[in-house]
Write a protein that binds this ligand. Sequence first.
Ligand code: OKP
Ligand code: ZN
Length: 343
Amino acid sequence: MLTIFSDDHRHQDGKAELCDGKIVPCFEMPRRARMILERVRSQKLGPVEPPQDFGRAPIERVHAPALVEFLATAWDAWQAAGFSHDALPYTWPVRRLRALEPDAIEGRLGYWCFDAATPITAGTWKAAYAAAQVALTGAARLSAGERAVFALCRPPGHHAASDLYGGYCFLNNAAIAAQALRDAGAARVAVLDVDYHHGNGTQEIFYRRADVLFASLHADPRQEFPYFLGHADERGEGPGEGLNLNYPMPQGTCFGKWMEALEEAYRRIDAWRPDALVVSLGVDTFEGDPISHFKLASADFHAYGSRLAGLRLPTLFVMEGGYAVEAIGVNAVNVLQGFEAAG
Ligand code: OKP
Ligand code: ZN
């Protein structure tokens, strides 16, 4: 399998995030991508190629240009305000307040971002932009006839909505890729999100659309981040009604139960007859993940990767979460090798 990778991911190297009331070192770190790349290489998964540059236009097919401009300029505004440490918001326009963008960068952060775990650093824009180009290059190769491609994106993307960032995500790499597949001629694209956390951004972007189906297996938002989206009764709206499929599961879920949900999502995707599949590949469902609470073992990733090949669709794997850094390469590449073993 072809892997697309950009070393520019290293420019997102935040110091700290707010985690359950404590300032802790960022879980989302450059070593994650290095470990995955190392495993891709040591397992000889296939060639590794750099991304092409498709510019901002395909990003703005799913994101508000104002969000993109904010991300591209926030660090400069932060510096101009006299700060040199990472930028995090601390207050938000939640209910009873007014969602008007203020002038001060300290307030603008809360306007555009929904959590306090996603630092903007000097290199955030460079890294996030590169990750989007990695996804776009993967989509282009798929459109050109490749059976499957691995977009080794970092930072991740599935929490980023049309005009909001957060959850370690700035640009929604999987959504940008799904839209690019549509624009290259695929009539129907399915996005399957297997990250431990609900892909709230991807859900929002495609919620009213008839041409993109979104299915997500994740920890119940009653118990887990992002807490405020991802319930089973969110089924899409208008032309998109019935094409948003959420499978929330309790903390402690084992592979057997998880696989039952995957089988259900598989049937729905298969019956919809899409032209292409985008997999938001988070491996934080792993039993050893430091911030997550599902119980998948490393071998389980190989097993479900094999199952995904059964859909017989051109498939783009887009890297999302996974924070057990020592195991992240094995787990991610196991999915890809499982997929390839099943042909
Ligand atoms: C991003 B992705 C844990 C706090 C975690 C944010 C989690 C973002 C996950 N105490 N906060 O979906 O893997
Ligand atoms: Zn996650």
